[in-house]
Design a protein around this ligand. Structure first.
Ligand code: HEC
Length: 112
């Protein structure tokens, strides 16, 4: 064996540290969806009026355009992706909060 496994290990460790840092904070995301009434139509793992956040995460897994598409969709509203019931526009949520929530949803809407 050469020394590469050791450097590979440090690389993995560095990658993990980066991911952990970039992962959206669940408590923050949950308070944003409460404050902006998303919770009146969405739950983390069950369908309410709109799809469960974890179903949304599954649908867009690996889709690099999803963060932008979903940002615009939530901002402006729309229908026909999940059914005929439309989501109304959400003009009140700030850009920063909306980015945080979308990142959290796409990360699988973790509880913590
Ligand atoms: C009045 C009910 C309602 C509210 C409030 C609501 N949604 Fe939705 N949402 C829906 C419905 C219905 C859909 C499915 C729309 C479709 O089929 O295209 C949806 C879809 C979505 C999707 C997936 C869109 C897609 O095209 O796949 C995301 C992400 C989302 N909502 C996030 C949010 C967030 C974040 C908020 C709060 C800022 C919010 N929603 C508020 C009803 C709502």
């Amino acid at each position: 064996m050469t020394k590469w496994p050791r450097s590979l290990f440090s690389l993995l460790l560095a990658a993990f540290a980066l991911t952990a840092h970039a992962a959206p904070d669940a408590a923050t995301a949950l308070s944003i969806v409460q404050k902006n009434n998303c919770v009146s139509c969405h739950a983390v793992d069950s369908q309410v009026v709109g799809p469960a956040y974890r179903e949304i995460a599954k649908k867009y897994r690996g889709d690099a355009t999803a963060p932008d598409t979903l940002f615009t969709k939530v901002r402006k509203g729309g229908a026909f992706v999940w059914g005929e019931v439309p989501m109304p526009a959400n003009p009140g949520i700030s850009d920063a909060d909306l980015h945080t929530v979308i990142a959290w949803i796409l990360a699988g809407a973790p509880d913590h």
